[in-house]
Design a protein around this ligand. Structure first.
Ligand SMILES: CC(C)(COP(=O)(O)OP(=O)(O)OC[C@H]1O[C@@H](n2cnc3c(N)ncnc32)[C@H](O)[C@@H]1OP(=O)(O)O)[C@@H](O)C(=O)NCCC(=O)NCCS
Length: 173
């Protein structure tokens, strides 16, 4: 297994075929977040087996607010593993590299991701906790509560917020 960190744009050509495999049209048609307007990843973690891309994790850096105070948020999104290679630790390895990246920067306050309820267990094993407060995002130019999937948070240089309102001051990821 080889874990690489790339810029978001450089990594996309590698991730695109994997994304198409994980989300074919028939799967995408029934996904609750298919209409959401997402932001583009700033960085990508790519996990290879030999020359083959097996898993990917998108990383986002965002200046948002928590209860009105400025915070720098380390975002995770677009986590995916090739369907034939699941349950072997590839996504977990990618997540650990992403968490290390946020910790090494020194300016990230906490991590945030949103996921479908079926994936909460996967992230909980990695130390993420459901955020019970409100998440505010922009969608199609308007601010509002994000209720499509479940926000989860993780401590980085500060403890993860345990309530209140997190405003991403932009699109979600
Ligand atoms: C979710 C996903 C990324 C996990 O990838 P993966 O490479 O199989 O994950 P790992 O092998 O690192 O999983 C580590 C552990 O978590 C477990 N796990 C995986 N999904 C889980 C879930 N939904 N709930 C609880 N545990 C889960 C695995 O069984 C494994 O346990 P083990 O170490 O005891 O064997 C993968 O199933 C996937 O690509 N799903 C489709 C896309 C998707 O839903 N992405 C998440 C978007 S939020």
């Amino acid at each position: 297994m080889r874990v690489e960190l790339r810029s978001g744009n450089d990594g996309w050509p590698a991730v695109e075929p994997l994304n198409a495999l994980v989300y074919p049209p028939e799967v995408l048609a029934s996904i609750v977040w298919r209409e959401v307007e997402w932001s583009h990843a700033d960085k990508r973690v790519l996990v290879y087996l030999g020359e083959r891309l097996i898993a990917a994790v998108g990383l986002y850096l965002r200046d948002g607010t928590h209860d009105g105070a400025g915070v720098r948020i380390g975002g995770i999104g677009g986590v995916m593993t090739h369907p034939e290679h699941r349950g072997r630790g590839f996504a977990s390895a990618g997540m650990r590299r992403a968490e290390d990246f946020f910790a090494e920067r020194g300016d990230v306050d906490f991590g945030l991701l949103v996921c479908e309820p079926k994936n909460i267990g996967f992230y909980a094993r990695l130390g993420w906790r459901v955020f019970p407060g409100e998440l505010v995002v922009e969608q199609h130019g308007r601010r509002g509560a994000f209720t499509v999937t479940t926000p989860m948070v993780r401590a980085v240089r500060r403890p993860a917020p345990s309530g209140g309102t997190i405003d991403l001051c932009g699109l979600p990821w």
